[in-house]
Design a binder for this molecule. Structure first.
Ligand SMILES: NC(=O)c1ccc[n+]([C@@H]2O[C@H](COP(=O)([O-])OP(=O)(O)OC[C@H]3O[C@@H](n4cnc5c(N)ncnc54)[C@H](O)[C@@H]3O)[C@@H](O)[C@H]2O)c1
Ligand SMILES: [Zn+2]
Length: 346
């Protein structure tokens, strides 16, 4: 299966291949950036299909805490030492941490070289590897340094996911549920009945989610409008991740809770029915995702929204489902409405 992504402004097209990793042929030097875990599990499979003049492996430590400028600097150094030039290609081989970081390095190495994403987590296959948002974290927050820089191609292989921890898998499903609730009621209904242990269903899920993401990115690469909808659940999730020091929940798990909180707000504003809120919650629970978080101080929680970089002009932008399969962006919700809903989670 393939999905074409055509960016209007840039004359840059690329394909996302789903379960079609049979041969990658590249000219010039290639640097594969990965981490020890992914390399140990799957590097051989990649090397079996890679045809190029010369390649070398750059290994970075595993973990979100290494998604920073220090690691970027160490990757750059290895690229210079190996004399990569502007005809070379980087391959990001790993989860979203690797693809975000490698995309960023590709965008700044000698003012930009080609890169290919080969995502190995469900979250990176359905979300992070497509769309060209790249970047790293710093002490002021997550993803605050970065660029919009698109890959040459993306290869999503569901086989790589067989070694993924169950929690990591579910975290990826949460991002796919996000897309279904905001854009695609049919996909939502399909997910309610689908068994994702079945390879075909899993490939279908990746296809549907990437299709949605590709359409959104083609419309709005730089998040001036509709791309913001992909932040559904995230306004809440970022506060939860921050309050729990990024330790208690995986990102996708925090998003699952955030989705449920956003829906509580949508219910309060009359955008969703109680049945619909319950239906989304049931789908999250089907994949063992968490749906609640104990808010100790709703004022503090609410204030934290303003620290999120996505809140512009001190207005909080909430992405809410207007029924399952539709989304609206609201920036005029009163603080008292928000507090009322947050109190339900005390
Ligand atoms: N650019 C975007 O549009 C975008 C969108 C969503 C998320 N992100 C970013 O993605 C990151 C999260 O990505 P993630 O959830 O993939 O996390 P991750 O990259 O940290 O991967 C999670 C864990 O799974 C391991 N792993 C990877 N592939 C594996 C496999 N096949 N088998 C077993 N283990 C494997 C990794 O080594 C890691 O320990 C965050 O930094 C987030 O900001 C970016
Ligand atoms: Zn996310």
């Amino acid at each position: 299966m393939q999905i074409d992504l055509r960016l209007k402004q840039k004359e840059h097209d690329y394909k996302v291949y789903i379960n079609e990793l049979e041969r990658i042929e590249l000219k010039g030097k290639v640097a594969i950036v990965t981490n020890p875990k992914v390399a140990g599990l799957h590097l051989k499979r990649l090397l079996d299909v890679l045809k190029c003049d010369d390649y070398f492996i750059v290994t970075v430590p595993d973990g979100e805490e290494y998604k920073n400028l220090t690691t970027v600097e160490s990757i750059l150094e290895q690229l210079f030492t190996s004399r990569l030039d502007r005809s070379s290609t980087l391959i990001a081989f790993g989860g979203g941490v690797i693809s975000d970081m490698v995309g960023f390095v590709a965008s700044i190495y000698q003012r930009g070289i080609k890169f290919i994403n080969i995502p190995t987590t469900l979250l990176s296959q359905v979300d992070a590897s497509v769309g060209g948002k790249t970047g790293v974290n710093n002490k002021f927050g997550k993803n605050l340094i970065g660029s919009f820089y698109q890959p040459e191609a993306v290869y999503c292989e569901s086989k790589f996911l067989q070694t993924l921890a169950k929690r990591e898998f579910s975290a990826g499903v949460a991002e796919a549920i996000k897309m279904a609730v905001t854009f695609d009621k049919e996909m939502f209904e399909w997910l309610e009945n689908a068994d994702l242990n079945d390879e075909k269903n899993l490939a279908n899920l990746i296809y549907k989610a990437v299709g949605i993401k590709a359409n959104v990115v083609m419309d709005d690469e730089k998040e001036k409008s509709v791309r913001a909808v992909l932040n559904y659940g995230h306004t809440f999730a970022h506060v939860i991740e921050n309050q729990t020091n990024y330790k208690t929940y995986l990102h996708g798990e925090a998003v699952a809770i955030g989705i449920n909180m956003a829906n509580a707000l949508a219910l309060h504003l009359g955008l969703m029915s109680k049945e619909e809120v319950e239906r989304v919650k049931r789908l999250l629970l089907k994949f063992d995702l968490p749906t609640s978080y104990k808010i100790n101080d709703e004022e503090l929680f609410c204030d934290a929204f303003f620290l999120d970089k996505k809140s512009e002009n001190s207005k909080i932008k909430f992405i809410l489902a207007d029924g399952i399969g539709n989304a609206v962006i609201k920036d005029n919700i009163s603080k008292s409405d928000v507090l009322k809903v947050l109190r339900e989670f005390k």
